[in-house]
Design a protein around this ligand. Structure first.
Ligand SMILES: [Zn+2]
Length: 456
């Protein structure tokens, strides 16, 4: 792939060449993927200047068909606009109408250099939303492995390859978690052939050219390793888990991932319905996950409780899944029915569970309601979010009475508060039981069965 050299105009000012020359040159050197001479917007460009760069780039993009002579080269259509999101939308929409095989987002280099990953998220997703979804997106200037996962999760497919060499020139050692400086290293935290055959002191003592080559080889090795890890994570259905792991490598990167909250509906729309693996929920960051967003939306759009259900019994999540088949739930339900003196036909027993909210028994074997693992104790944001879902469910559905089995250790009374609020609004009665009190009578049975379990 060849770049057009357009970025040099930002660094060195005007360059003495024409868009036509750049097209012809790339055809002559027989490149596989070529880029038109666009006009990069740059960072902190005024709205007027940014508009000019967008329009001029579009004009040059339209001219390509009259200049190019070969049909076997893939052409890249650059999207401009800088941090002006409305201009990115306009640029992406118009560029998307032109017959390019690949699109690219311009101007993110200064954003990445300043670690403004939340701004980068805005820029990439704004472009992505207006570009043809079936065409690859290249991210100009992105060559550091520590942000590849974020870029891939946002829908980028191609990266720049200059970074590994540029970093090596400045004695910078790339890792998948950030950059280290050669002179600060006592150990190479890497098992690539270059690092296993050398130690930092040996490399520090080398001549500049030799040192640069060693570092460049290592940098390239980490970049490829990370790309392979990402590809495997996609195959395994674990890209989000990999993203959370990388996000914790730097606060700015985590800030970028948190920004995805703003785009969670869009991300959900683009994500597969099922995966071959269950998912891992670590913290409230996982509330942005497409699986969670999708379940919560669809529950209210597509589900209605059984017609004869009058009493909603809410039980806390259990370690065993599906929840409604767990021993704890069967016992709790039996005890509750006895206490409230109700007929089973009128009772609808649901689970309140992190991160989803309310899970009816008819659904709790559907992916991913039984195919996930959750870290406990839950963080406050997750508790609040599930409590909000509980309020929403009771308010929306038409039960005549709510019975809640609390688990204060895990939910800190938040689910009870949510039920109280919803019942008051609906003017229906609420019965509260707490788990400790509730299970006192059941303790001996539980101990016996645990013993049996061990024997088996
Ligand atoms: Zn290495």
């Amino acid at each position: 792939m060849t770049d057009s050299g357009a970025y040099q105009t930002l660094v060195y000012g005007d360059i003495e060449t024409t868009p036509k020359e750049i097209v012809k040159y790339q055809e002559q050197i027989n490149t596989d993927i070529a880029t038109i001479l666009d006009l990069p917007t740059g960072w902190n460009a005024s709205k007027n200047h940014a508009t000019y760069t967008v329009e001029e780039t579009l004009k040059r993009a339209k001219e390509l068909t009259t200049i190019k002579t070969r049909q076997d080269i893939l052409w890249v259509g650059p999207v401009q606009g800088g941090q002006h999101l409305d201009l990115i939308t306009h640029s992406a929409k118009e560029m998307g109408k032109l017959p390019f095989q690949i699109y690219a987002l311009g101007s993110p280099t200064p954003v990445m250099e300043q670690y403004l990953f939340d701004t980068l998220v805005d820029m990439i997703l704004t472009a992505k939303k207006s570009l043809p979804p079936d065409k690859p997106l290249h991210l100009f200037g992105a060559g550091h492995p520590f942000m590849f996962t974020l870029a891939v999760a946002l829908g980028c497919d191609l990266f720049d390859s200059a970074a590994y060499a540029l970093y090596a020139r400045e004695d910078r050692y790339m890792t998948e978690r950030g950059t280290l400086r050669l002179n600060e290293l006592e150990y190479f935290p890497c098992a690539c052939p270059v690092c296993t055959g050398n130690d930092p002191d040996k490399v520090k003592a080398m001549e500049k050219m030799e040192r640069q080559e060693i570092l460049a080889q290592h940098n390239l090795f980490v970049s490829f390793s990370e790309l392979k890890r990402i590809k495997q994570a996609i195959i395994d259905g674990r890209l989000w888990e990999h993203l959370e792991l990388r996000a914790h490598g730097h606060p700015a990167l985590l800030q970028g991932v948190k920004k995805l909250h703003k785009y969670k509906a869009y991300l959900e729309k683009q994500s597969p319905i099922t995966k071959k693996t269950g998912f891992l929920f670590f913290s409230s960051l996982g509330l942005i996950r497409p699986e969670v967003v999708r379940y919560r939306r669809r529950l209210f759009q597509r589900y209605s409780p059984p017609r004869n259900a009058e009493i909603l019994v809410l039980l806390p999540q259990t370690r065993m899944k599906p929840f409604h088949k767990s021993r704890e739930h069967r016992r709790a339900l039996k005890e509750i029915l006895r206490k409230i003196d109700a007929k089973i036909a009128k009772v609808h027993t649901c689970t309140y569970a992190a991160p989803f909210g309310i899970i009816p028994p008819e659904l709790d074997e559907v992916y991913p309601l039984s195919q996930h693992e959750v870290t406990t104790p839950l963080d406050a944001e997750t508790v609040t979010s599930v409590a909000r879902e509980v309020t929403r469910y009771i308010t929306k559905m038409n039960y005549k009475r709510i019975v809640l089995l609390q688990n204060p250790e895990m939910w800190k009374g938040k689910i009870a508060t949510a039920c109280r609020r919803a019942c008051k609004r609906k003017k229906i009665p609420l019965n509260l039981y707490t788990r400790e009190n509730f299970f006192i009578r059941l303790e001996p049975t539980r101990a016996r069965s645990q013993k049996n379990h061990l024997k088996n």
